[in-house]
Design a protein around this ligand. Structure first.
Ligand SMILES: [Cu+2]
Length: 641
């Protein structure tokens, strides 16, 4: 018997899984795993979804699956183990997520499923997903087997799953890892497979977890940050990902530094496919609702370290690491407010649904020279004002106006809008006046990795951006290449800095169409302060002032969504129903020829939206935000004269 490390590594090697963690796997501190029940002796292997399960012969895929108990270690061999149920291909190690069924459209699939668990299982998803079809379920009794037989006709990134009850989605209890990808490729895919990857999201969210309220663990292909796989690309690679949300909650998946094209979306749970290939909308963030999957393509044109992560804080914060399960919320808050700069954002503050991308320079390329053009110089201060939210401080990014820095306790929420010009270099000195190290992300801006704002990670090779220590500053340089609406915000956090104000609009205007404050208005949708059960803030207030506008004037509304975790439905209401407007830009990427439609959309954090609206007639209008998880609303009254 080898050491506890050697067995899983041998299994990984046997499967040809070359998962490269960003950082050495972090050994769990002594006793950190104590709250978890003793796991089964067998450890699941993280499935990177590069190997197809089963045997393909004469156009028929044959696969034998078994559902059984297993220890799942989302942080690798030295991390804590969760006792879960998962699938194995008979005779092979159990994997999380389950074995990948991957076939070309038209392939006949025969899957035998054996239930080695002590309770009955309901199986779903092992069937064809022809558009318009409905999903069946089938019960497999303990010790019994059942065969599923179908022809996979419809391309998509589906999944199969099992649970104790005949439910519509995977659960997030011990059965939450009883899911596996089922990818059906076009019969004639016409693209190289090298950069094609499948990312399956799963979740563990027990009820009654001790201490750390709201604790949950979310994983990419069976691994959780900082032990997720590091994906490696070369500049100009053509990258395609099929991202499958096999969790029972919504995620807002954000790519740093690059736009991606959303090619196709669908629901694993009801056979719907939404083809978008005609327009291929461009995004930096895409929502994945429960049971939803997407195809996305992108091409890195700049080297460096980048992230792909969920923008919901509870799915990407360090608080969801398994070795912090024992911490109470109060202890976590205490730790989060410590003042030392030793732990960086990357290795300390993030957890869960975060994936590192390592983009290497193209062969033969050399580092390009610093831009010759003279940069516009700005000084930006991260300020703090005590007792802003009851006894808790408020924060803001404040731009220096003139030659004198702003007072350290001057704040406005959201922070100062940055109005930049497309193609014009800017140099921003970020001064940290807080008591904690910070890291500032320029969300949606295509810039050099070093300035992307993930302290301890952004950059390349030995040149890694530091955290900005208290009383220190950091110079950010970029030349925005695209006009649109963006934002800047603290990246991740240690306490509740985002909810307490550390975000602001960032506009890139075209020099041919300069920003016009009379006709362009920001609406920043965010949390109304730290803690729970706060109102929705629109532009820093739960009861915003009335906006006075004029009928017949074309306006541009720039909407910015930066709550910690909430999705808001935004509605523009008028005296006689819902006025029509043109939503012509999402995430800063403008799309031409969008028809007029009512303004009414659910939007999660990490998005921006541009709306063109002309009010035909005077009256009282309102832009209303409503939380999807509750009835609470905040409105901006708009009086049109
Ligand atoms: Cu998420």
């Amino acid at each position: 018997m080898g050491s506890s490390l050697s067995v899983p590594l041998a299994l990984i090697a046997a499967l040809g899984v070359a998962a490269t963690p960003l950082l050495p796997p972090r050994a769990a501190p002594h006793n950190a795993c104590a709250p978890f029940p003793t796991p089964p002796a067998t450890t699941a292997v993280a499935n990177d979804n590069r190997d197809r399960a089963g045997t393909l012969q004469d156009g028929v895929l044959t696969l034998r699956l078994v559902a059984q108990p297993v220890a799942w270690r989302p942080d690798g061999a030295s991390g804590c183990a969760l006792s879960v149920h998962a699938f194995a291909e008979e005779g092979k190690p159990t994997t999380v997520p389950g074995p990948l069924i991957r076939v070309s459209a038209g392939t006949e699939v025969r899957v035998m499923v054996r239930n080695a668990l002590p309770a009955a299982l309901w199986l779903r998803g092992l069937q064809d997903r022809a558009v318009g079809g409905t999903l069946d379920s089938a019960e497999v009794l303990p010790g019994a087997s059942r065969e599923f037989h179908f022809v996979a006709s419809t391309p998509g990134a589906w999944y199969y799953w099992a649970g104790a009850v005949d439910a519509g989605l995977p659960t997030s209890d011990a059965n939450g890892q009883l899911v596996g990808g089922m990818v059906v490729d076009s019969a004639n895919p016409g693209r190289p497979a090298r950069d094609d990857r499948i990312l399956v999201l799963t979740r563990w969210n027990p009820t009654g977890a001790p201490g750390n309220k709201g604790f949950q663990l979310n994983a990419f292909n069976g691994r959780s940050w900082p032990n997720t796989e590091r994906l490696t690309y070369t500049v100009n690679d053509s990258v395609r990902w099929q991202v499958i949300n096999a969790t029972n909650t919504t995620h807002e998946m954000h790519l740093h530094g690059f736009f991606f094209r959303l090619d196709r979306k669908g629901f694993a749970i009801d056979s719907t496919v939404t083809a978008r290939s005609g327009r291929g909308s461009m995004r930096v963030t895409a929502v994945l609702r429960p049971g939803e999957w997407l195809w996305m393509t992108w091409s890195p044109d700049r080297p460096g370290n980048w992230l792909y992560h969920c923008h919901l804080l509870t799915h990407m914060s360090g608080a969801q690491r398994l070795d912090r399960m024992t911490e109470t919320s109060a202890a976590a808050g205490e730790r989060d407010h410590r003042t030392d700069a030793s732990g960086t954002h990357a290795d300390h503050d993030m957890g869960g649904l975060v994936m590192a991308l390592d983009v290497r320079p193209a062969p033969g390329s050399t580092a390009h020279a610093a831009p010759a053009a003279r940069a516009r110089e700005l000084d930006l201060y991260a300020n703090r004002r005590p007792s802003t939210f009851g006894s808790r401080p408020g924060y803001a990014f404040i731009l220096q106006d003139g030659t004198t820095p702003p007072a350290p306790d001057s704040i406005r929420i959201p922070g100062s809008p940055l109005i930049l010009t497309k193609g014009e270099p800017v140099r921003i000195a970020v001064h940290n006046r807080l008591t904690i190290p910070i890291s500032v992300h320029w969300h949606g801006i295509e810039l050099d990795s070093y300035f992307d704002g993930v302290g301890g990670f952004s950059g390349a090779g030995a040149r890694i951006a530091p955290m900005i220590a208290p009383n220190d500053s950091f110079i950010v340089r970029f030349t925005p290449p695209r006009a649109g609406t963006y934002m800047y915000h603290i990246h991740g956090e240690r306490g509740a800095e985002l909810a307490s104000g550390l975000y602001a609009p960032l506009v890139v205007a075209d020099s041919a169409a300069p920003f016009d404050p009379r006709k362009e208005h920001f609406f920043a949708f965010a949390d109304g302060g730290p803690g729970e059960d706060n109102p929705i803030f629109i532009n820093g207030s739960a009861s915003p002032d009335t906006l006075e506008l004029t009928a017949g004037t074309p306006y541009r509304f720039r909407l910015i969504y930066i709550s910690s975790d909430d999705v808001y439905v935004t509605t523009l209401r008028g005296p006689s129903g819902l006025p029509l407007a043109r939503s012509f830009g999402l995430d800063g990427f403008e799309t031409p020829n969008i028809p007029l439609a009512p303004v009414q959309y659910p939007t999660g954090p990490g998005h921006t939206r541009d709306i063109a609206v002309t009010f035909d007639s005077p009256g009282d209008y309102a832009l209303v935000a409503q939380r999807t998880t509750g009835g609470q609303t905040t409105s901006v009254p708009i009086r049109v004269r």
